[in-house]
Design a protein around this ligand. Structure first.
Ligand SMILES: Nc1ncnc2c1ncn2[C@@H]1O[C@H](COP(=O)(O)OP(=O)(O)OP(=O)(O)O)[C@@H](O)[C@H]1O
Ligand code: SF4
Ligand SMILES: [Mg+2]
Length: 449
């Protein structure tokens, strides 16, 4: 190629090349939308603006038509592009799909942890059934006090920080009502069930849910733990932040209880240790104990065993399975490991290129996979009885997330594609009450739209 050819102006239709004018136009459009979304996120809002109602009362979380975008210099990356997922109470829902399909971005949207201003929930709902503090007219949580056999509130002498009795101006001890402790050993408050739409919640209200009612276990515990504080400091902080009035003793007792719960044999020693003094498996146990500290209703585990070696993986999965029965909550388990899903989950959601393409119970997805991509995933799993040397792989790549086609996103890789597949994007077809698939191979008479 001659030097002159190199400087020839490329056509703007070239997929990988944007002219300066186009980049400026994208930046202008992006900043307009980002500014609007950031303003909405940081507004002061009355609770009525984000109170909602569940469509099905059996669910703890309902994600409906969620769109989460990244406004980049190259254009808008539609990382989550119309995702709907329900998580029933007391269940484990596994989310699978190849790298980049939007699993983590979906979970980050639920936690409102997207990095702004580029990452934004653009539209959709995330309804969560929360058990929140009942509040008085000043917005303070209402404590529950100890009562005697006649139903009268029990009072005790007030003490200062050093444990000395406080005296009033009249020289008599100041009397205060005795607050009850709940079964977790921390102060009890009146609670009420409310459904919040997290997608509409301003960022300064999200602490009512994040960490306390929905907690997250990340893939790499070392990056989630602070290296300069002891495990005890970090565990206690969770209790302090989410429990009004919690004392040091209460927080420590709760932290030690949680460490014991996740199978740590010497909780006192681990409590005083720094993260670097623990092994990878121990650190992941600490992360799990931190996630459990406030009795969450939903735990999001994003690849919780990926950074661990196989034997420790098995231990952590055993622990999660055991905890699932002990805590009265649900788990959203994100993984690309079908074996983990088969062992742990009740329901499976298969994602592809920012959309849900199939969902059903574990048995439906494993014994009757319908979508060609799910069938491909099953085939690419190594089995003990297969005698081939090479594993099946799904050929081709995911389409460019900035410029998604209007037809089925899997078409270019699909061995079962037909003429119909070049038309509209396939809608969700009902296979059974729990099994849905988005593919033109299935009759659209039952299409849900
Ligand atoms: N900060 C960001 N800026 C731009 N694009 C992003 C950003 N974070 C994520 N994305 C894009 O969003 C899409 C979904 O990413 P996500 O992290 O949810 O994938 P994933 O399914 O969790 O993959 P993995 O299995 O590798 O963790 C990807 O195409 C990714 O490139
Ligand atoms: S809609 Fe067509 S291209 Fe898409 S997965 Fe189904 S058969 Fe394949
Ligand atoms: Mg991820």
């Amino acid at each position: 190629m001659s030097i002159l050819d190199m400087f020839k102006k490329k056509k703007s239709t070239d997929n990988h090349y944007l002219t300066g004018k186009e980049i400026r136009a994208i930046a202008k459009e992006n900043s307009k939308v980002m500014f609007e979304l950031e303003r909405k996120k940081h507004r002061k809002a009355d609770e009525s603006e984000f109170i909602s109602a569940m469509k099905d009362d059996k669910n703890i979380l309902e994600i409906e038509d969620l769109h989460t975008y990244f406004f980049t210099e190259q254009g808008v990356v539609k990382a989550v592009n119309g995702v709907s997922i329900n998580i029933p109470q007391n269940s484990v829902v596994g989310i699978v799909g190849e790298s980049g399909c939007g699993k983590s971005v979906t979970s980050m949207s639920v936690m409102q942890l997207l990095q702004g201003p580029t990452g934004q929930i653009y539209s959709g709902s995330i309804r969560f059934k929360s058990l929140d503090f009942k509040r008085d007219e000043n917005g303070n949580p209402i404590p529950i006090y100890e009562t005697d056999e006649n139903g009268n509130v029990v009072y005790t002498e007030a003490k200062d920080k050093r444990g000395n009795v406080k005296y009033g101006k009249d020289g008599k001890p100041v009397m205060v009502p005795v607050q009850k402790l709940n079964e977790s050993g921390v102060y009890a408050f009146e609670m009420e069930e409310k459904v919040f739409d997290i997608a509409q919640m301003p960022i300064n209200e999200i602490h009512r849910i994040r960490g306390r009612q929905i907690s997250m276990i990340f893939q790499e515990p070392m990056t989630s733990l602070n290296p300069v504080f002891t495990i005890g400091n970090q565990l206690d902080e969770v209790v302090f932040i989410h429990t009004p009035g919690a004392t040091k003793e209460m927080a420590k007792a709760r932290s030690l209880e949680m460490l014991k719960l996740v199978g740590i044999a010497m909780p006192e020693r681990v409590y005083n240790a720094y993260p670097h003094e623990l092994s990878g498996g121990m650190r992941q146990r600490v992360m799990i104990s931190m996630a459990l500290a406030c009795d969450p209703r939903l735990i999001i585990a994003d690849e919780p065993t990926t950074a661990l070696d196989v034997t420790i993986q098995a231990q952590i999965l055993d622990l999660l399975r055991e905890l699932k029965d002990r805590i009265n909550g649900s788990i959203m388990l994100i993984t690309h490991d079908l074996g983990v899903i088969a062992e742990m989950a009740d329901y499976v959601v298969v994602m592809y290129a920012g959309r849900v393409i199939e969902q059903g119970t574990v048995s439906e997805i494993f014994h009757n996979p319908c979508h060609p991509y799910t069938k491909g995933l099953q085939k690419s799993k190594p089995t003990m009885d297969s005698d081939t040397d090479t594993l099946f792989n799904i050929p081709g790549n995911v389409p460019n997330p900035v410029n998604m086609p209007s037809h089925c996103f899997f078409k270019e890789r699909c061995s079962e594609a037909s003429d119909k597949c070049s038309g509209e994007y396939p809608c969700m077809v009902k296979i059974s009450d729990t099994h849905y698939v988005s593919c033109h191979l299935y009759g659209e008479e039952d299409c849900n739209g």
